[in-house]
Write a protein that binds this ligand. Structure first.
Ligand SMILES: Cc1cc2nc3c(=O)[nH]c(=O)nc-3n(C[C@H](O)[C@H](O)[C@H](O)COP(=O)(O)OP(=O)(O)OC[C@H]3O[C@@H](n4cnc5c(N)ncnc54)[C@H](O)[C@@H]3O)c2cc1C
Length: 382
């Protein structure tokens, strides 16, 4: 049984504790799913999460009422990640892909939220390009105004849900100013003419991922999300909400690794006694538990701060993501070590956690980028 004592922390309200309990029960019945065909598995998970109401937390209602509750997002991601990394991914992308609509969407654009919240449409967030990953201000894709339309040309890469998404939130250069101040965000349905999947990408923990090519893609001016030239602000505002949730997913992976390890060291006998009696094993367990609790404190501090009305939580979210993802890697590595040969056996849970955690230290701002964010905040920059 995973440690649930963190739910008593003052960051949470009773509704959060009820949500965590209900989702835990749901996960025990529905997860994990077969990952053999990741596209089919993801679509199935989105449909299931939508049918049973969990995706209602991923975006605001279509009428624009309410706000995203970051503590709920984090609790859901932590719980799903503990049971099935792909379920966490499916939930997370519905939120990240529609985050700009929740925060800046027009009433017409928000109509999509009825479908994404019901699990009837899949969403994706298309920011990265071959020459612009960490360096977001370097985006090269262009969006040229032409009458009552914009014409999009360029390429996006590393797009999660690429190939199975129904809508893409796309960032392109509209050129109001140099660099970050000349970007805009657009809502682009996947079936728009000229948008094609240039290739699928395969990573160590498989999930749907693609390169997208935009060849004279025409969209109406009403597809602009927020204001022209405000695309960087839109992207950073979305990441400000969802960055802590990446930390929450890492926390879920780490908690699972700790749980598996506790079970293992109690069951496995070494030198005539349970492994748990070896003091060096106890040292590993103590370090793992400390890392898990420290990450949880940072993740839920960031979520609570945002939910309490802070306009930006750049420092708190960066600390949560940096610490939780980097230390989850360490926790999982220890779990692999304490499982001996089983820890590296294909298909063993700690082996899959070892693969699942790695990308979280790279996407939505690599660990080094989080350090830059924290340092700038501490030194009074932006
Ligand atoms: C599995 C996966 C899913 C993804 N999903 C999406 C998605 O859905 N949508 C999307 O838009 N993008 C997505 N990405 C892209 C991801 O956001 C980028 O990979 C990430 O921002 C890093 O960009 P890059 O790969 O171009 O690496 P680069 O920008 O070339 O950076 C390489 C490395 O340099 C280091 N570095 C970067 N900046 C600094 C700095 N200032 N100081 C010191 N060191 C630094 C970091 O260690 C970094 O990992 C995904 C990536 C992966 C791996």
């Amino acid at each position: 049984m995973p440690d649930r004592s963190f739910l008593d922390w003052p960051f949470f309200e009773d509704r959060h504790r009820e949500l965590a309990g209900a989702l835990e029960d749901w996960c025990k019945v529905n997860l994990p799913v077969d990952h053999g065909d990741v596209d089919a598995a993801c679509k199935g998970l989105v449909a299931q999460l939508g049918r049973d109401g969990w995706l209602e937390h991923s975006a605001v209602p279509p009428d624009g009422s309410g706000t995203l509750d970051v503590r709920s997002l984090c609790l859901i991601r932590e719980t799903l990640a503990r049971h099935d990394g792909l379920a966490d991914f499916a939930f997370a992308m519905q939120g990240l892909g529609t985050g700009a609509l929740s925060l800046f969407g027009s009433p017409e654009q928000r109509r999509w939220l009825a479908k994404t919240r019901a699990g009837e449409a899949l969403a994706a967030f298309a920011l990265s390009e071959p020459r612009s990953g960490s360096d977001v201000a370097n985006i090269e894709m262009t969006a040229e105004p032409d009458g009552d339309q914009f014409v999009l040309n360029g390429e996006k890469t590393w797009i999660s849900n690429g190939g199975i998404a129904d809508i893409y939130c796309v960032f392109a250069r509209t050129g109001e100013a140099e660099g970050a101040r000349g970007l805009s965000a657009f809502l682009v349905p996947a079936d728009t003419g000229g948008l094609e999947i240039a290739g699928r990408l395969h990573v160590m923990a498989p999930h749907p991922l693609a390169r997208l090519r935009f060849d004279n893609v025409r969209i109406p001016t009403s597809a602009l999300i927020g204001e022209a030239g405000q695309g960087f602000k839109v992207a950073m505002s979305v990441l400000d909400v969802f960055r802590s949730t990446v930390g929450a997913a890492a926390l879920g992976f780490a908690r699972r690794a700790l749980d598996e390890t506790l079970h293992r060291v109690r069951q496995r006998e070494l030198f005539g006694a349970p492994m748990a009696e070896l003091q060096m094993v106890q040292g590993h367990v103590a370090d793992m538990a400390l890392d898990v609790d420290a990450s949880a404190l940072l993740v839920y501090r960031a979520a609570w701060t945002k939910d309490s009305g802070a306009p930006r939580v750049s420092r708190e979210a960066a600390m949560a993501k940096l610490h939780a993802t980097d230390h989850a890697q360490g926790v999982i590595d220890r779990a692999v070590q304490l499982h001996g040969g089983d820890g590296v056996r294909s298909g063993h849970i700690v082996e899959s956690l070892y693969r699942e955690i790695r990308a979280l230290r790279i996407y939505e701002g690599a660990s080094d980028v989080q350090k830059v964010v924290i340092a700038r905040q501490m030194m009074g920059g932006n």
